[in-house]
Design a protein around this ligand. Structure first.
Ligand code: CTP
Length: 227
């Protein structure tokens, strides 16, 4: 049998948005369909990897029967699920659009309207990708950066601040990339290389990204910004 590019590798993927509940009927969320993350999980499975997928609320369905999927709702639940599944993982691909903040308090009853304004206090959610990258022996870490301007500069800053191996940047100005079947990705590597994957279907981009990851793993090119 021919060896597949990710045979014997374990891949953990996050996908979709997170929902941060305000009260029993309302939540805060990011605009994310989950399509890119699911395409990546499918591509990794097709490349022979053992794939675990931690998904926020989404209508997407994975195509490969072998993918082990866990559904979560909030960023805190996503972090717990990721940390629980990290054992033996070679690559962590953070594709989820995690809400950066959650309401400071979850109201147990539906909040009734009163004045003409209301204030909602938010607290910062943990950064799942940065948490994984800061572990003593992290897997290869791959992040995404969805930006509306200065795509490359913002993505490079995130690559460095989170101390990850690779970031896939895309422009979401004017709704580009959301809920569509195509996207344009620019890959930035911690060692300064970059590669424009151009505009393609999300499944073709996912296949290319998985090939890139397999090549990096084989070459052991796992440099991050800090030695
Ligand atoms: N990410 C994460 N946990 C978070 C926030 C983001 O794992 N709490 C991951 C995403 O899955 C993605 C990358 O980090 O891979 C996005 O980086 P980030 O700087 O958090 O992007 P934004 O949330 O869009 O940041 P900003 O609003 O500052 O642009």
């Amino acid at each position: 049998m021919t060896e597949l590019p990710l045979s014997g590798r374990k891949v953990l993927v996050t996908a979709g948005p997170t929902y941060e509940d305000i009260d029993p009927v309302r939540y805060l969320a990011n605009r994310s369909s989950g399509k890119m993350g699911f395409a990546i999980a499918d591509a990794a499975a097709a490349a022979g990897a053992e794939v675990q997928l931690v998904a926020g609320p989404t209508n997407c369905q994975q195509q490969h029967a072998g993918i082990v999927r866990s559904d979560v709702r909030s960023a805190l639940q996503m972090l717990d699920a990721v940390l629980e599944k990290l054992q033996g993982v070679d690559v962590f691909i953070a594709c989820a659009a995690v809400a950066d903040y959650r309401p400071a308090r979850l109201a147990s009853e539906k909040i009734k309207k009163s004045g003409t304004r209301m204030q909602l206090e938010l607290v910062r959610n943990p950064d799942i990708l940065a948490t994984v990258a800061a572990l003593p022996q992290p897997p290869m870490t791959v992040g995404f950066a969805a930006e509306t301007c200065q795509v490359e500069a913002h993505a490079r800053r995130k690559l460095q601040q989170k101390n990850i191996h690779l970031i896939a940047a895309n422009c979401v100005a004017g709704g580009q990339g959301f809920d569509r079947c195509d996207n344009r990705l620019l890959l930035l590597y911690a060692d300064g290389r970059q590669q424009d994957l151009g505009l393609q279907s999300k499944s073709a981009l996912a296949d290319e990204l998985i090939q890139v990851i397999a090549t990096e793993l084989r070459a052991g090119l796992l440099a991050t910004a800090t030695p």
